[in-house]
Design a protein around this ligand. Structure first.
Ligand code: KG4
Ligand code: ZN
Length: 337
């Protein structure tokens, strides 16, 4: 089954063609980074307009890479949420329109379940059940993937998302936008060894919940005291944040009897997190699946995979659904229709 998917939930205009949820035939991601660098962050209205400008060429390029015409496809899919409403509306409207004029089936996709599916593109042997740590700019969750279409959120962040914390700390330390990758690079290149970490370890009551806002505030306080260098603070922050993600994930995997783990989302590109997860999984003899770097951040190939394995809805029911900004805003995102 060949699916063309469109992803426009934030600041990447993306389209991809994927066969049977696994084989990437065409994959184009047009980032709006240059535009948002000027403002130091995503301005939703600017992003929506940029999607309008770029989308047609991105879809054409994905089809050209696949060497396919629209009529040779089996379905068209789009992300309906969570994300920026205006941006989502551009991709969803385009995909629904394509489905209408071609007679192809439309499939609605939840962006988060798209991130989970990113590992199917990289690892042909990966099958449920497994535990997925999804860490992105908007979400941080431990998801039990019981079956391809049965995903259960076991724990999540109580405040900031992991990527958001990386971005905010990076901005505070004066690193260039986008902050997460810049901080990762700075720490990696400096390879500083701290005798002692001056920041506290994040704590939460729930065994599988996350919290990053206290850590972020601790960085701010330490920064104001001016005693520590930019690189020392960045290193200390990343050490604590990575340890928190790894410790909660390992505890959740062991308590629930998972033998395989997967990472997903933009933060899954973090070098320190990938290494720390690898070490922890080797020690505990768990299988670890890391997405290819190109599939960690937002892309449409993962949306096409989720459209195959785990759509919110298909056909007329999917056509009747609107876009949604938060996970809780749309029951259909959880409950299949
Ligand atoms: O999944 P994603 O592309 O978009 C969302 O759905 O949010 O995630 C983007 C987030 C940003 O906060 C970005 O700073 C973070 O992922 N990120 C990283 C790295 N690469 C991207 N954070 C830490 N280290 C990285 N290497
Ligand atoms: Zn995302």
């Amino acid at each position: 089954m060949k699916i063309l998917a469109i992803e426009t939930s934030c600041d990447e205009t993306a389209a991809a063609v994927v066969a049977d949820g696994r084989q990437v035939l065409g994959n184009v991601v047009a980032s709006h980074l240059d535009l948002h660098r000027k403002t130091g962050g995503v301005v939703p209205e600017v992003s929506s307009r940029e999607h309008v400008v770029r989308l047609n060429a991105v879809v054409d390029e994905a089809l050209a890479q696949a060497g396919l015409q629209l009529t040779q496809l089996d379905a068209v899919a789009a992300t309906l949420g969570p994300g920026l409403i205006g941006s989502l509306a551009v991709g969803a409207t385009a995909a629904k329109t394509l489905a209408m004029v071609t007679g192809l089936e439309f499939r609605a996709v939840n962006h988060l379940w798209g991130h989970v599916a990113s590992n199917y593109l990289t690892h042909p042997q990966l099958e449920p059940p497994y535990l997925c740590l999804l860490a992105s700019g908007g979400h941080t969750m431990l998801i039990a993937v019981e079956a391809y279409d049965r995903l259960c959120v076991l724990g999540q962040t109580l405040d900031d998302a992991a990527g958001e914390a990386w971005d905010k700390v990076a901005r505070l330390l004066g690193l260039p936008y986008p902050g997460g990758p810049a901080l990762d690079k700075l720490v990696g290149e400096a390879a500083l060894v701290l005798d002692e970490n001056p920041l506290p370890s994040p704590k939460t009551e729930g065994a599988w919940d996350f919290s990053f806002s206290g850590l972020k505030t601790a960085v701010l306080r330490a920064f104001e005291k001016q005693g520590l260098s930019q690189v020392a603070l960045a290193t200390a922050f990343q050490q604590r944040a990575v340890a928190h993600l790894v410790q909660k994930t390992m505890a959740c995997a062991q308590a629930n009897g998972f033998t395989s783990l997967a990472l997903a989302g933009g933060v899954a590109a973090n070098g320190a997190l990938r290494r720390a997860m690898q070490a922890a999984c080797e020690e505990k003899k768990l299988g670890l699946y890391l997405p290819e770097l190109g599939f960690c951040g937002d892309n449409a190939a993962m949306i096409a995979s989720a459209a195959y394995y785990n759509p919110i809805a298909t056909g007329d029911k999917a056509m009747a659904l609107g876009v949604f900004s938060r996970l809780g805003d749309n029951n259909e995102a959880y409950v299949k229709v």
